[in-house]
Design a protein around this ligand. Sequence first.
Ligand code: COA
Length: 233
Amino acid sequence: MVSPLHVMWGRQPRPARLSLHSCRCGRASTVTDVAHRGQACLAGRVHGVGQKRDGGGVTAIFRVAEAEIGRDLRLQVQALLQACFAGYPSRSYFKLPPHFRYLAMTNEVLVAQMGVELRVIRVDSAVLRTFGVVDLCVSPSERSHGLAGRLLAEVTELARSCGVDFVILFADDDRLYTRAGWARAANPCSWVKVHDHTTLGLATAEDTGSLMVKRIAQRAWPVGEVDLLGHLF
Ligand SMILES: CC(C)(COP(=O)(O)OP(=O)(O)OC[C@H]1O[C@@H](n2cnc3c(N)ncnc32)[C@H](O)[C@@H]1OP(=O)(O)O)[C@@H](O)C(=O)NCCC(=O)NCCS
């Protein structure tokens, strides 16, 4: 049986193993080839999850485990994050690396990325299985074409197939997320403060003003204190 993580690209019912440093291009149209045609051939097990066409060409969307992203692509991720978020640190993650990422490539260039963390959290007495969305960003030249919305749709679909209860994120500007089915949650929250690889202690807020949740399974979002059981996404 194919695991839910093995989302297909085209007709090939298997993930591809690619190397950033030893590209051997020229195969047929599979996940492998789409990635190989790009300069930034992806390292590790890559799941082609979609394709989007507009006037600018074809954008291929991949899901890849963080640990399997090679150095060159990691540098592209870092460059995109620094171009999209003022003051982003000189690394490819803000606090800690996510578990996997969605990457969108147009004409061999990384144009969008979204980190996802699998996080068990507690709300009051309920223990919830969540995906946390981090650092969603789209290259300035590619914005307003629905790419971010597409990545959010992908993680929602994956969450449904993985038995995740909620997809959560923190955002000051809720326009994109409200449209995609997220709702504000005003629960009190606690999380582990991490700064530059140092744990500073526990932080709490009566209402972060930025927590947003999307229900995936049957259960309603609980009332009560959210214990993030880790750092803030
Ligand atoms: C937010 C962002 C990812 C949207 O990407 P996108 O591909 O343009 O998104 P979509 O085309 O699917 O949707 C566009 C809509 O998102 C909304 N939006 C724009 N900027 C936004 C922002 N910073 N936060 C939330 N929603 C935003 C607008 O309603 C926009 O509609 P418009 O194009 O008619 O103005 C992109 O603007 C970006 O990378 N911004 C910088 C990084 C950032 O702020 N990321 C969000 C972190 S929470």
